[in-house]
Design a protein around this ligand. Sequence first.
Ligand code: PHE
Length: 341
Amino acid sequence: MNAALEQIKQEILSGAEEIKSSKEAYEFRKKFLDGKTGKIGLLMREMKNIPPEQRADYGKGVNELKEWAMGIISELDTKMKAKELQERYEAEKIDISLPPQGSEQGNLHPITLIRNQLIDIFAGMGFEIYEGTEIETDYYNFTALNTPQDHPARDMQDTFYLSPEFLLRTQTSAGQIHVMENKKPPIKILSPGKVFRSDDDATHSPMFTQMEGLVVDKGITLCDLQGMLDVFVKKIYGENTKTRLRPSYFPFTEPSVEVDCSCFECGGKGCKLCKGTGWIEILGAGVVNNKVLENCGIDPNEYSGFAFGIGIERTAMLKYGINNIKLLFESDLRVLKQLND
Ligand code: PHE
């Protein structure tokens, strides 16, 4: 019998040397120590065939062999697992000396930048934002703004009509009416948004962005408009920038003005940007026409106001020195990356 135990012992000793992984160690353990099928387990089951007087010795011998085998195989298992962990560490090693790949940083579109900048400036003067809708009725876009059906000023803007009644707004001025219909003075709103006109060349696009401003209160005059614009141009184009008003015409303002600022490129001496004049046109504005106030149920004897409309693309083109509006819409990252401050 001792020979059988001795043989298993030898088998374990020589087998252990062949083990290369924790998985093999696991199989090895099963081969010898599994309660039902393992070689040592089977020796235990032999007990009933052993003559009773030898059983005690036999049992002791098998138990000793089992204890010994468990020790050997556990040690083997621990060794294999440690070796495998080490191999994994080696394989997954990170080379922290490699230079980083660097992440691409996006930036806001120039139109968004200018829009935000204008909103910041006017919000600082107490203006609230009102965003109207891009689809408007003929009434809000024209008629209520003192531009009835057969008014010649309708020709100033080539309109995309959706139906005889609905159209794509040609100006954010439509928002003025909504605000005045719904709010009692004092009113101080800023209305940024997309507008649409059938117009397409180097400086015009069928879709562009405007920023409307409207102030209505007691005793508002053209001087208030100019004072506010002075602050505005200094903030956006620099402390030394001046403004001047030129007479103009819009049906919804009376008087109407075209606002110029002194050329921020040459300081007013005359250059390519200002076409030698020293001045650059930046927006249209005026005192709100009494008829418009009346259309909105505001008494012109009690209240007056001013309005202005700024073209954002135009402002961006002037600021960044772009001569084609399409550059702002083509989403060419090589261009957009340069226009980000
Ligand atoms: N709505 C005018 C335009 O689009 C601009 C404007 C706004 C003029 C407000 C006067 C007052 O040309």
